[in-house]
Design a binder for this molecule. Sequence first.
Ligand code: ADP
Length: 495
Amino acid sequence: MSVAIDPRVAAFIDSQHGLLIDGHSQPALSGAQMPVFNPATGEELTRVAAAAAADVDLAVAAARRAFCGSWAAQRPADRERLLLKLADLLEANGEHLAQLETLNNGQSIHLARALEVGAAAEFTRYMAGWATKIEGKSLDVSIAAVPGAKYRAYTVPEPVGVVGAIVPWNFPLLMAIWKIVPALACGCTVVLKPADETPLTALRLGQLCLEAGIPEGVVNVVTGTGAVAGAALAGHPGIDKVAFTGSTQIGKVIGHAAVDNMTRFSLELGGKSPVIVLDDCSPEVAAAGAAGAIFFNQGQVCTAGSRLYIQRAIFDQVLERLATIAGGLNIGPGLDEQAQINPLISAKQQKRVLGMIERGVAEGARVVCGGVAHGEQGFYVRPTVLTDVTADMQVVREEIFGPVVVATPFDSLDEVVELANDNQYGLGASIWSNDLAKVMALIPRIKAGTVWVNTHNMLDPSMPFGGYKQSGIGREMGHAAIEAYTENKSVCIAY
Ligand code: ADP
């Protein structure tokens, strides 16, 4: 059954979408706009303002004024209360936000409700609590100096300043919240640049921040392309920190731009996460786990379990069950409550994913199931399982960001450690087994920012999240998020 679009969601989509600067919606100075599409139909949904460097200048200036003015005047308890109010508003507007996200991003309405809204509200409440718990240390120093002089030293975490947040299209609202909320909890202000493809929930979030009572200019939203608006923000000398989630390729560009200005930065980048199945595991459990790890949000997840390593004794059984699950998934629009596989974000992404499958096949991979597009309309790719792959193939090495998993057998634990770590990325990994000794031996040997056991893709606001190797620099969530948005000042007092 297809969810009926709420008239208020339709009205929002049809409204004028300006840039949110200093609490006001305004067109781009050039008047430029860009289209936004519905991935389930390929049709244009609406148009939004396309910011250029001059618009970004205005947004950064507004964020600076707010940082030094209205926001600096708020006590930690005020910031906490405002963020708690924002969480309430996310929930109160939850169904609208979820429908909007599904229309713009293509993802399942269930996922939009549970993650983009539900997890975002939980995350907001968790981070709101940190606002009143940011503390420094009192240091017992041993400075050898003038006889009789005494010193007392302590540290003060101070808000880093104006944050440029650049987020991707795979979980547009949640990713925006992951950046904005800890930044605000720490006393920073933000200029948010949503992905080119998915600006709508970010704009609505900007409105909700104002509705919550967060002062004008604290959260600014500049829609536009990455190449123009994103680049202008990342390289802006007026920002103090860039918080980026996206591809490794663009993350490097952003890191370079940030270093040129000595802007602080954190990068949450790509992944090619291994799923390691040991042979004590039931093939049913392993296949269901592997399917969830890769097909969740059509594999458009930076931690997607896209490399599946199965111990040889159960390889055929797991593969067969995985193919059965993949072949049986309902494919349809995100608004269809029965649909389990939804469209990819864009025609470009669909073409890229299909191209990578084709290249894999040309290099010798065998398609166990899927491997092709689905339907006449919308950007669907059938859930795909490839096997007979070798470690040098592009499908094994590179992030596909689609519903495509490569399955490989292994014999020993040493072998699977080598296979799992033989990749430029190191974001997530999962181990499927109840053999505690083997699991505990594997965990420290896997080079990944998060290791799951008998689960995959599970994140919590309390768990630091980020990558080893080319998967990024820095951590989000937990106390790590507070460190990411504060400078540590040392104070030394002689008395
Ligand atoms: P994807 O390939 O998944 O779209 P990207 O890394 O290209 O991932 O995009 C992630 C975010 O980075 C988006 O908001 C995008 O607009 C932005 N972006 C893309 N190119 C640049 C750039 N050169 N400078 C700054 N931001 C960019």
